[in-house]
Design a protein around this ligand. Structure first.
Ligand SMILES: [Fe+2]
Length: 149
């Protein structure tokens, strides 16, 4: 197998990011308000369930290829590519959806880099995992943009 240090670091960045994303999507699920409450409350739940699935998949793939996944909230915060903030002021439904879109956009760019790294490391299982998640995120982004009109 080719050298996979860069890929292991990349997987770990995604583990941290999924840890933060999971919590952020809960914040939206809990605090969303307005005429689309039922739709968005449910959509955010679907998205945090998916985020959790990939969180675990990435960590277990990292263990499988000889790495050590971050496993504390502090490490997730320190290494995530997305940022969280406390819910202090009311956020509109539109701004919440836009914030999910912004986070997914960052993730898609990170996955694009990861697909290249997995190719260089000749790790087609991780490459496939990344392509699968990127496919899912791009579809969500299309739907969320359609929702925003
Ligand atoms: Fe709930």
């Amino acid at each position: 197998m080719a050298d996979n240090k860069a890929l292991k670091d990349h997987l770990n960045t995604l583990v941290a990011t999924q840890g933060v994303l999971f919590t952020k999507l809960h914040q939206h699920h809990w605090y969303v308000k307005g005429n689309h409450f039922f739709t968005l409350h449910e959509k955010f739940e679907e998205l945090y369930d998916e985020a959790n699935d990939y969180f675990d998949e990435f960590a277990e793939r990292l263990l499988t290829i000889g790495g050590k996944p971050y496993s504390t909230l502090q490490e997730f915060i320190d290494h995530s590519i997305i940022e969280e903030s406390p819910y202090t002021n009311e956020v509109s439904q539109v701004d919440m959806v836009q914030s999910v879109l912004d986070d997914f956009d960052l993730l898609v760019k990170e996955l694009y880099k990861g697909i290249e790294l997995a190719g260089e490391a000749e790790d087609n299982v991780t490459e496939d995992l990344y392509i699968g998640y990127k496919t899912d995120l791009e579809k969500h982004m299309w739907m969320l943009r359609a929702y925003l009109g």
